[in-house]
Design a protein around this ligand. Sequence first.
Ligand SMILES: NC(=O)c1ccc[n+]([C@@H]2O[C@H](COP(=O)([O-])OP(=O)(O)OC[C@H]3O[C@@H](n4cnc5c(N)ncnc54)[C@H](OP(=O)(O)O)[C@@H]3O)[C@@H](O)[C@H]2O)c1
Length: 245
Amino acid sequence: MSNGERVVLALGGAGTVGSGLVKGLLDRGFKVAVVSRDKNKLEKLRDFVSPSTKGNLTTLVGDVGSEEEAEEVKQALLKSVGKITDVVSSLGFSWWQGGPPHTQPLKELHWVIETLLFSTFVSWKTFFPLVRDDPNCTYTFITGGAGEKLLMPGTGFLTVGSAGTLAFCQILREEYAEVPCKLNQVKINTGVGTPERMGPGYLNHVELGEAVATLVERRNKSHTVFNINCPADLKTVICNDKGAL
Ligand SMILES: NC(=O)c1ccc[n+]([C@@H]2O[C@H](COP(=O)([O-])OP(=O)(O)OC[C@H]3O[C@@H](n4cnc5c(N)ncnc54)[C@H](OP(=O)(O)O)[C@@H]3O)[C@@H](O)[C@H]2O)c1
């Protein structure tokens, strides 16, 4: 199956990480479908991708953290694009630093868990059945390293939410050890930014997108965690396949 025959669903595709992924995938010839709760973000995404690839981008407004809406989105997508062969999931948010736990309301913890974990779970439960039994299909999670430690004072709930997503990905690798679909995780232990908003050691979202597009294109690894600590790792860990766990 050529890239042009494959349809990648990019969950979180209108975000900082996701927009780089969408551009990288489109530039590699894939068809890409993106769901966002915000119509304006989808319009911005359309302006961001390479003009010649716009025709291969399908956008849809929806909340994939709600079981009902995710199901509606799935039906609408299958109608408009016909099939989904690959899923890339980069749901969540860029940063949270609401303060130390004793200053935080429960509502805030609900929001963090909802955005990082519940959306990842509900969308996986909805879309994984479309790809799980086909060895030519892929499902890739993009996660962060914040779940392993407190990045700095006041980021505790980010750690709780990210740890939930990391644990969920681990469960899937172990619980579904035998699925034919290529199930992988790219774990980014640094920041990701657009060229206008970069910090020291950050990954450029477009370069990250190009590397993940390579991974999706190759489909030669499964149940693997690709650990990315710095920009150079995009080439050594993903593109050369060295250093993956
Ligand atoms: N940014 C970084 O520095 C960094 C570093 C390491 C790892 N990561 C990983 O990358 C993930 C995404 O980061 P980001 O910087 O791209 O965040 P972002 O710009 O806030 O994008 C996240 C996207 O997730 C979507 N989303 C969340 N809940 C949703 C739901 N229920 N239904 C539909 N869409 C939903 C949002 O869509 P809407 O358009 O609907 O708001 C948003 O576009 C993080 O959670 C983390 O795991 C990021």
